[in-house]
Every structure is written in structure tokens, then in C-alpha cells.
Design a protein around this ligand. Sequence first.
Ligand code: ZN
Length: 157
Amino acid sequence: MSDSKTTEGGAFGGVEDLYREVILEHFRSPKNKGHLKNPSAKAEGVNPLCGDQISISILVEGEKLKEIRFEGHGCAISQSSASMMTALLKGKTLKKANVILSTFKNKMGVEKKVDPAESVDIGDLESLEGVKRYPVRIKCALLAWNTFLKSLSNLKK
Ligand code: ZN
């Protein structure tokens, strides 16, 4: 685990802040990339503003998100967010997954405050916080999450 404290102090101001090392790492070596053979549900998402594309497939057993994979192409923000998301959500209950989703959206400034008692550690996703200052890129960061939500709603059908 890297020590994120070393970047503290405000030396980062420009685009460097957007493309933290951890983001590039997930972009270069994405986690859970591919399609599930027998998914419980899947969904496609696009962000025409940037040309990002993500497809998500999930395997749900009971209340648990047993497997989650993504496939896609686009900018580093969209693809690394998808990689981090799948790494974080895999194995969680659907309830917990929704809390994580709210926590992340809240970090991106697009959802109202999360109850601190409900808030969770979102790990590497903290590195995407700089995206908040680039409103156009927030859609990139959220693409995988919105696509995941779509796959959940496909599940209920
Ligand atoms: Zn993008």
C-alpha cells in the first residue's frame, strides 16, 4: 500500500492532480477486466462527451455481489474508476455496494451528504477526488458506477 500522505502539501495543482500514480496504475493493469460467462445481469454505458465506453457484468448470489467484471475503452479516469470500483465492490453485499456508491458520488460532489455512520473506506478511489475540480471529467469517473447501477436494475426484471 502506498502512503498517500507523501503527496500532501499542495504541490499538486494542475493536471498532475487528476492523473495520480494510482489512477495510472489501474489504467495500465485493470482489475476484473473481461466479461462473465453467466452473469446475473449486465449493462452498457457511454459517455459521449469523452468517448468512454463501459460494459459491466455482475454475478449475484443471494444478497452478495459474487463477481463483477468490466470491459471498455476510453480515458484513464473512466477506465481506472471502473477497475477500482470492481475491486472494491466484489464480494460485498448489495446493500454495502450501494453505500459505497453513495460515498463515492458524494466525494464527486454529486450526491447529498452521506450519514457518517454509513460512510465507508473507498480505498484507491480517494485518488479520484481531484476529478471533482474538472466538472467535465466527473462524468468519466461516474460512468462505471452508473453502468453498475443500470446492471442492478436489469437484475430486478
Ligand atoms: Zn473520459
